[in-house]
Design a protein around this ligand. Structure first.
Ligand code: ACO
Length: 229
């Protein structure tokens, strides 16, 4: 099984998985919006035991997590949100959903410095509630009455991600300590990238060239044509 980032070409396949597994369905453009706005946060599980035979064959996607960052958090705290998660029936209880969730949570912290992750789940969805609460450690914040279109209530759950922030900070410290004893490799100097090394060394005088518009601000102001100048 390969857990990898969602690609735009996977979108019809995850839409299919979503239609198979959940009553909450979305237009293609909603998946695309996630993939384009937060390309680091959504993952797919691909069954690689039977790889595609030709370049025209689709990868076998057996699970996905569609995630985003909350754009205007009401509490002002930067956090992620799980929009949708599902695993095909044939591949359940193999730890795929757990892996997808953990991967997305890590990316939320690494890429966006998320403080917590939130989600909604149907109060009757025992399997998902087990996964979120018992396996991943989510807490139920509140119950939202009639959240779903069919009138069912939702649990609003959230997971504090400070343990991940701490783990990342410790790993960074460790790396810094390691570099401190072995010397930091800063790579090639960036200023000369792409330049001919011989020309870079030559002592030819530098020539000033004009770039951009040669116009002053005055010329950029829209003129009132009706007035005689
Ligand atoms: N009953 C009880 N607990 C379960 C079940 C189940 N049927 N399935 C998973 N769990 C819990 C267990 O605690 C399990 O740990 P364990 O196997 O060590 O006991 C843990 O979740 C991890 O299980 P995974 O194997 O990672 O879960 P799986 O890959 O089977 O996917 C999922 C779980 C996503 C809920 C799957 O059953 C599914 O796709 N259901 C339909 C779609 C769905 O309900 N999605 C979530 C909606 S909420 C939202 O999208 C934000």
């Amino acid at each position: 099984m390969d857990i990898r980032l969602l690609r735009a070409s996977d979108i019809p396949l995850i839409q299919h998985a979503n239609l198979e597994n959940l009553p909450e369905n979305y237009f293609l453009k909603y998946y695309l919006y996630h993939a384009l706005s937060w390309p680091q946060l959504s993952y797919v599980a691909v069954d690689v035991s039977r790889p595609p035979k030709t370049p025209y064959d689709h990868p076998k996607i057996v699970g996905y997590v569609l995630a985003k960052m909350e754009e205007e958090p009401a509490d002002g705290v930067q956090h992620g949100h799980i929009t949708s998660l599902s695993v095909m029936r044939t591949h359940r209880r193999l730890g795929i959903a757990e892996k997808l969730m953990r991967q997305s949570q890590l990316a939320m912290v690494e890429t966006f410095g998320a403080h917590y992750v939130s989600l909604h789940v149907r109060v009757s969805n025992k399997a998902a509630i087990h996964l979120y609460r018992d396996t991943l450690g989510f807490k139920t914040e509140k119950t939202e009455s009639k959240y779903y279109a069919d009138g069912e209530d939702a649990y609003c759950m959230r997971l504090d991600l400070s343990f991940l922030r701490e783990q990342l900070r410790e790993a960074e410290e460790e790396q810094k300590e390691k570099n401190g004893t072995e010397g930091v490799d800063e790579g090639e100097p960036v200023g000369d990238v792409g330049r001919d090394p011989a020309a870079a060394k030559s002592s030819e005088p530098k020539i000033k060239v004009k770039v951009g518009r040669a116009l002053g601000v005055g010329d950029l102001v829209e003129k009132v044509e009706s007035k005689a100048s």
